[in-house]
Design a protein around this ligand. Structure first.
Ligand code: NDP
Length: 265
């Protein structure tokens, strides 16, 4: 088994208080890194901090309230990381959520909100952490993207469109930052069990239907070849690979974590 020691390195995970971000923070801590997570909701952040500290009692962990859409919040988060750790080696742009809407029911304001979320959740943290990444020995940025970027769904028209745009953004960033040795990659996920799917389960499941039955039925209806939702850890492992030197010769690229849903060759 390949083992990687990240002692002395710092990983920043936006949206680290739940789902994929929380699982990713756990992997970094397990490998010995210091970790900073952020989210908007203070209670969720505290719960995440408590669960990570219970699993990793020696964890060097910073949990900060920060809305990645607020420039001042993001600047304050980067300042907290600088003051606590003095460096950032890896940035995972993960914060966000999807929007279920068709063209017919997406108003202008909803389009603006969705485009702002998808673009600025990458742009703001990247800009704020770049000065520290530039000082790191093997810096990297990884963005959580969706298979919708390549395989749009009409029922998620705005998210699909924004995801395609940010896939292009990641490629451009990779090109611009390669001369500075900063690698930039993304993962394209299908459906991963997480907070947002738990919330949908609570509103959409039949009375008495279990989480397992509900997700299995959805996986069947959505023709997921591997027959199930992904687990946050499975997305986190791909993020970990792209963030660390395990992928030292990879930039401007993406990994598919969709359970076989991608139809292209
Ligand atoms: P969760 O809802 O479990 O986690 C989302 C995390 O992001 C939470 O920590 C949340 O905390 C945080 N967050 C959301 N908005 C902001 C914001 N504006 N500023 C700071 N933090 C924020 O969902 P997932 O783990 O599934 O989502 C992770 C990423 O994966 C998202 O970008 C999502 O769009 C993407 N994705 C997920 C898919 C899936 O099937 N799960 C499919 C495709 C993409 P808080 O709410 O407290 O701010």
């Amino acid at each position: 088994m390949i083992q990687i020691d990240l002692t002395g390195q710092v990983a920043v995970v936006t949206g680290g208080s739940s789902g994929i971000g929380l699982a990713t923070a756990g992997l970094f801590l397990q490998a010995g890194a210091s970790v900073a997570i952020c989210g908007r909701n203070a209670e969720r952040l505290e719960a995440a901090k408590a669960s990570l500290t219970a699993r990793f009692p020696e964890a060097d962990l910073l949990a900060a309230c920060c809305d990645v859409l607020e420039a001042d919040d993001v600047a304050a988060f980067a300042a907290q990381v600088a003051s606590r750790f003095g460096r950032t080696d890896m940035l995972v742009n993960n914060a966000g959520q999807g929007r279920v809407s068709t063209f017919a029911d997406t108003a202008d304001e909803a389009w603006r909100e969705e485009l702002e979320l998808k673009y600025f959740s990458i742009i703001r943290p990247t800009r704020a952490f770049l000065p520290m990444l530039r000082e790191a020995k093997a810096p990297s940025i990884v963005c959580v993207n969706s298979l919708l970027a390549l395989q749009p769904e009409p029922h998620m028209v705005a998210t699909s469109s924004a995801r395609a745009g940010t896939l292009s953004l990641v490629k451009s960033l990779a090109g611009e930052l390669a001369p500075e040795r900063i690698r930039v990659n993304s993962i394209l996920i299908g459906i991963v069990e997480s907070g947002q799917w738990r919330r949908r389960f609570e509103t959409q499941a039949q009375p008495g239907q279990s989480w397992e039955d509900w997700t299995a039925e959805l996986a069947r209806n959505k023709n997921i070849p591997l027959g199930r939702f992904g687990r946050p850890e499975e997305a986190a492992q791909a993020l970990f690979y792209l963030a660390t030197n395990l992928s030292s010769y990879t930039t401007g690229s993406h990994i598919d974590v969709s359970g076989g849903v991608a139809r292209h060759v």
